[in-house]
Design a protein around this ligand. Structure first.
Ligand code: TEU
Ligand code: CA
Length: 543
């Protein structure tokens, strides 16, 4: 494996519960992923980011792990997992395990022991504070609503949970706990995985007394120690991706220094929260487009040569990009390809979330149809607070995590070929129009377009290493930029909106450039950009 192979890689995220069911219980499983490896090989991806498959009571779909070294039975067994790793390897696809080291499930053996008594050896694996019932140590709120402190009457103590009550935070200040976690990581390394995605890794050094969750003095020492003892050992050549909501262009080089002492790359969301009021995901405001350009461009420029970034529009926590900022209707295919072009020309490692390569869309369900605890909680909280129900549902349609979690649409048979039984969450009714089988055989499909973009990244060095420059920064509808190295210049020009616009192409694209890729079949008119039109040009620099 080439060193830093992940700089040229494209990573595909699989959310196993919704990917492919093979035994008719309505739940995706590991044999289902194995069954679809040929599809992923054809697409051309280098690695799979596998959302958690561990043993878990499913409060938060396995982001609440009760055994890091066992598999959630409906997904399969450790043997299935070993087979997946081997079968993927045969197709040159690495498996990136999603590890949640910030918290465990309350049903984990450690927590079961921890709450037996204050003297139990596992007690200090978690974050406890003394207090009085009904009077938590402070008013910190959990990510999924309600107090971040939960009272345990037997101990007359509170434990801290940044996420749900069933996700108690682990106490990283305890060296014994840290060693347990390293053992877990190394156990997975021995199974032959290609690396790790580390859930909310910027929160492990939290100080719940001051309320400071992310930027604490011990954060980077902790990550360094983790890396040194596990995936960071150089001969392993593993990839490590840190989910880091708090990363900034300034501190990203700490997390992902090219010296390899911490993580391969950050995965941060600054561009994905711009359409929210006060960072409350349910309170939306129109996307400030100029700011989106600035944000993405700042990250491009600030990290060049100093750190490495992830490129994404979608994941299992985010709504579908075509529904969010593109067009789910007439221009669904065109806008899906525009978003792909815009992102895949940038510096960083692109991520494709399952179904994004088909242009899958959001879903609208009656409230009983939603499965995600965050969605159910916000509905309850806001109903209690007296919000009008239509307004709550509008927020949920736009932002619920279940938008991304409906089953993968494989073909136009019943339940989209996802299951022969009752799916755990509804299949999007548009599967007859939007499905993989149809797109794989159609050279003009969103799928085929992603395939080309993935290939271009392998063939054209400037896509990996070029210096980024934003063009037309103030243009209200065009997102255009160049990437330049010694021998090539890549020019990416996208109309971000559904109205035509005029662009002076000869001013941006030097004569002698080749049109590498475009999202309309016919060339159209040079300076007239149609709705969501995207073009990618390559100019050979003669030296
Ligand atoms: O998400 C981290 C996180 O901060 C979430 O609260 C995120 O803000 C939320 O999903 C937005 O709606 C990670 C995982 O990606 C997520 O699926 C888990 O629920 C969460 O950690 C807890 O493990
Ligand atoms: Ca199943």
């Amino acid at each position: 494996m080439e060193k830093q192979w992940w700089k040229k890689a494209v990573i595909y995220q699989v959310y196993p519960r919704s990917f492919q069911d093979t035994n008719g219980d309505g739940i995706g499983d590991i044999p289902g992923i194995i069954k679809r490896l040929d599809y992923l090989e054809d697409l051309g991806v280098d690695a799979i980011w596998l959302s958690p498959v561990y043993q878990s009571p499913q409060d938060d779909n396995r982001y609440d792990i009760s055994d890091y070294q066992d598999i959630y039975p409906p997904f399969g067994t450790i043997q299935n997992m070993e087979e997946l790793i081997v079968e993927a390897q045969k197709r040159h696809i690495g498996i990136i395990m999603d590890l949640v080291l910030n918290h465990s499930s309350d049903e984990h053996f450690w927590f079961q022991e921890a709450k037996k008594s204050r003297n139990n050896p596992y007690h200090d694996y978690y974050v406890w504070r003394d207090g009085e019932e009904g009077c938590p140590p402070n008013d910190m709120q959990s990510g999924f609503g309600g107090s971040a402190w939960e009272w345990v009457p037997e101990l007359r103590q509170y434990y801290f949970h940044q996420f749900s009550i069933k996700q108690p935070d682990l106490n990283w200040y305890n060296p014994a706990l840290r060693q347990e976690l390293y053992d877990v990581v190394n156990w997975w390394i021995d199974k032959g995985v290609a690396g790790f995605r580390l859930d909310v890794i910027d929160q492990i050094a939290k100080d719940p007394d001051t309320g400071s969750i992310t930027d604490n003095p011990n954060l980077h020492p902790f990550i360094k120690e983790l890396s040194r003892n596990t995936f960071g050992k150089v001969d392993l050549n593993l990839v490590s991706v840190g989910e880091t909501w708090s990363a900034t262009p300034e501190n990203a080089p700490l997390f992902s220094n090219p010296d390899g002492s911490e993580l391969s790359m950050v995965f941060q969301f600054e561009h994905m929260v711009l359409d929210q009021q006060g960072r409350v995901k349910w309170d939306l405001t129109p996307l400030p487009f100029i700011q989106l350009k600035q944000t993405l461009s700042t990250w491009q420029t600030a990290l060049h040569g100093k750190a490495w970034n992830s490129l994404f529009w979608d994941n299992h926590d985010l709504p579908r990009i075509v529904s969010r900022w593109g067009d789910e209707g007439e221009y669904r295919v065109i806008s899906a390809k525009m978003f792909a072009t815009l992102l895949h020309g940038m510096e960083g490692t692109p991520y494709i979330y399952q179904g994004e390569e088909l242009g899958m869309t959001n879903i609208r369900l009656p409230i009983e149809g939603y499965r995600d605890l965050e969605t159910r909680n916000i509905y309850r909280f806001r109903m209690k607070q007296g919000y009008p129900e239509e307004e709550i549902m509008r927020s949920i349609y736009a932002q619920s995590r279940d938008n991304a979690r409906t089953p993968m649409q494989w073909d136009d048979s019943a339940q989209a070929g996802f299951t022969t039984g009752e799916p755990w969450i509804a299949v999007n009714p548009n599967y007859k129009q939007i499905n993989a089988a149809a797109q794989v055989r159609d050279e003009h499909s969103v799928y085929s377009y992603y395939k080309k973009l993935i290939r271009l990244r392998k063939e054209i060095p400037v896509i990996v290493d070029g210096v980024y420059e934003l063009l037309l920064a103030e243009d209200p509808s065009v997102f255009a930029y160049t990437r330049t190295n010694d021998t090539q210049k890549l020019i990416v020009i996208c109309n971000f909106y559904g109205q035509e616009c005029e662009i002076d192409i000869p001013a941006l694209v030097p004569e002698g450039s080749e049109l590498l890729l475009a999202n309309y079949e016919d060339e159209g008119t040079m300076n007239q950009f149609r709705p969501y039109e995207a073009r990618m040009y390559l100019f050979p620099i003669t030296v």
